[in-house]
Ligand binder design. Sequence first.
Ligand SMILES: [Zn+2]
Ligand SMILES: [Zn+2]
Length: 394
Amino acid sequence: MKKSSLPFSREIEARNGSLVELRRDFHKHAELSFQEHRTAAVIAERIAAAGLEVRTGIAGPGVVGVLHGDKPGRTVAWRADIDALPISEAVQLPFASVNEGVMHACGHDGHTAIAITLAEILAERRADLPGTVVFIFQPGEEVVSGAKPMIEAGVLDDPPVECVLGLHLSARDPVGQVIVRPGPSMASADFFDVEIKGSGGHGAFPHLSVDPITVAAHILIGMQDLITREISAQETAVLTVGQVESGNKHNIIPDTAYLRGTIRTFRQEVRDQLVERLGSFASRIAQAYRAEARLHLTGEYCPPVDNDVDQTERVRQGAVAEFGEEAVTEGVPIMGSDDMSLFLKERPGCYFRVGAGFPGEVITHHQAHFRIDEAGLAVGLRLAMRSVLDALQP
Ligand SMILES: [Zn+2]
Ligand SMILES: [Zn+2]
């Protein structure tokens, strides 16, 4: 990889070992969304020791650290998510999670370690630092509900943040590759339940019942036609049911059935259209079978990640200067969601991806065999440093 042109490149190299160690510590002590108490304590202790102003207990275990440079400049926020997932780790690692059934299977351990190390290096060089950096350590990203209460708690207002930056490690891209995409780059997310009410009875006498499972099956198969027949082919949308629940015995027709799923799109109009049509589609299919169906949206709507064009171009230029033209791509918009989008709705900014994958291996996030090439951490730290320093320039 290209040699770094960063002013603090020596510090980054010197801390590579401790960056990896810190990530392994968070990995070993993985904590679920809104239960990141040990994680938050380590973050607070480390950044307080580095000399940042620290606020804890924001949106539960959220932590904010404010670093004032001695020179004039802008105020920039760096956001890291800190939570793990309800997955039992299947990789044999010396630092595998000691919390049974909880695993850092998305890379947020790496995000947390990078943000702390970035804060420590910049704090040491505070005399040369223009402006103010606000470090936001957000809980509950995996349930897309940590960003909203942090914003409501005023983390972007005191001090007034002008730009928000952050990164996500990617096991699907090789180390050395960074993906910086202007505009919509991650999809919106809605979560829904379709509740189907029939009327139960003996499995041998279906004519005396209204079978909600049959209705659920017809809704499940038919709903994909909302994508293929009603959404323009130029648009992007996904409708997935991840959970079907009904009944408890071979020969009993149950009273109710549930379909639980998610809607992903890039435009509000498409999202609104799908939500409206899914509700009326489910209800009318159910009516045809003498049952009733209702659509319930559960949780908060998470908008698409929309990167500001100017801020993203700054990040891209920094990445090219740091790693060379061939290391930087725009990639494609991905259907995954991230509540970083809420920060980016409040302030212009950029959320970029940093490769941490093993060449030739297909590893997806959110699975028990998830792992990253830790060489990607230093790449992430370099680009985090570079993009923050560039954004701070008055
Ligand atoms: Zn995730
Ligand atoms: Zn993630």
